[in-house]
Structures are given as C-alpha cells and as structure tokens.
Design a binder for this molecule. Sequence first.
Ligand code: BT5
Length: 248
Amino acid sequence: DPDRLTAPPGWRIVLSDASPSTNADAARLAREGEEAGLVVVTEHQTAGRGRLDRVWETPARSSLTFSVLLRPDVPAEKWPWVPLLTGYAVHAALADRLPEVVLKWPNDVLVEERKVAGILAERIETPQGPMVVVGIGINVDQSLEELPVALATSVSLETGEPVDRTQLLGQVVGSLHGLQGLLDDTDSLRAAYADVCSTLGRTVDVHLPGAVVRRGEALDLDSSGALVVGADGGTFTVAAGDVVHVRP
Ligand code: BT5
C-alpha cells in the first residue's frame, strides 16, 4: 500500500507491479546515476536471483521482494560485513513476530531450519563509485504448497496470522537504515551477529568450489565476517560459501 509507506530520512522507495529482479533494477538505476538510499520494491518478481546462480522463487503478492542501494561510508575492508549486517537487520525486524528466528551464516534467515528470508548482496561499479545492492526476499503469506522448496516457511505460516506487508516492509527498511552505523564498529556488529547466528558452535558441512565438502565445527567469525571452522586439529576460514547445519 504505497500510501502507507514512508521511507527513512534520506531514503526513497519506488514500487513496481512486476520486475525480473529488483537487484538488477537497482544496479541499472545506480549506473544511470541514482544515489544510495534507493529502495526498489516489486509486487511480482519474475526472475529472482539467489547466490551462485541459483533462483529465488516468489509468487505474486505473497512475499516482500526488494533491493536497497547502499554506499557504505566505511573503508573497503569493512564492506564484506554488508551482507551480514543486512541479515542482522532482517532478523531484528522479524524477531518480534518470530521469536525463533535465527541466522545461518552468512545470511539465511531461518525458523527451525526452514528458510523464511534470503539475501543477495552484490557489489557494483557505478559512475559515482562502488556501491552495494542488497536484495531481500521475505516469504510473507505463502501457504505450504506455494513454497518452492521443502526447507522453507513463511511469516504467516509461523505466526498463524495474516501479515501487514506494508508495515513489515517499513520495519525491515527502517531496521537496515537504523543499523547501518554498526559498520563503523564491526567488533560490536560481530558480537551482535554472533548472538543471533545459530551456525556458531555447530557441526557444519562447508561446500567449497568444485563440489568439495569439508566437515568441521563452526567456531567463530574473523574480523571480516568470514567463518572460522575447526577440523582435523586445525582451522580453516570460509569467506564465501555454503554451509549446511549437520543435525546433532
Ligand atoms: C538467497 O540465495 O537466498 C538470496 C535470495 C535473494 C532474493 C532477493 S529478492 C529481491 C532481490 N532480487 C533478486 O533477484 N534477488 C534478491 P541462496 O542462498 O543462493 O538461496 C537460493 C536457494 O533458496 C534456492 O536454490 C532454493 O533452494 C531456495 N529458495 C528459492 N526460493 C525460495 C523461497 N521463496 N523460500 C525459501 N527458499 C527458497
């Protein structure tokens, strides 16, 4: 409901009826000169993208599908924290409704191991300099049959109540806007993120390029947000990749 949607100070929200991918929209607008703080929302995303060339599937009108254009005002070595910050902000916005919500490193938003939201952060080059597009997809009203994979859920399936999508969008955008400052203090961000990340302390299978899988114990996050995994008496670090929680 565009009439009830207000952007945080300095940010702008644009809505479309349909789009292949709001991440692609935001990247194109940035290359055309758009500034940070743009939020692109669509009612129906027809070719949503996940990480590593995977797809993000959402039926029309039962999810929240949007992207935010950011230019983090911090040194380049802190930019790897942007996707983690985004997951943290989505978690914070959902936690009131969904007390069981947790993050799976790097930024899957889960309720009892079922994915309720996914995030795709992409660094882009623009005439205004490097920027980041953070894309957020939240399953809001889908029924079990409408979810594309088995390990998925929606907010309303978990709460048993209808969800005001306009209000939830405002909360998530406001959360991201309000928490951006944590990038200045990545030690605090690291601690806050670790508190809500269910990966730490668990046995994980790390899927590395070339179909290599290494099992280990998720121990910690390093100073750039990479996952430190203990295995074979030593440790290895995963900067980007997929982690599967192994059931105890
Ligand atoms: C993600 O990728 O989870 C990132 C999803 C980002 C989507 C947003 S929507 C707005 C913006 N515009 C875009 O084009 N994308 C962003 P990944 O971690 O790679 O997970 C993808 C996997 O999640 C798929 O391979 C499926 O197994 C599963 N999946 C697909 N759709 C899902 C859904 N609606 N709910 C739960 N799981 C889903």
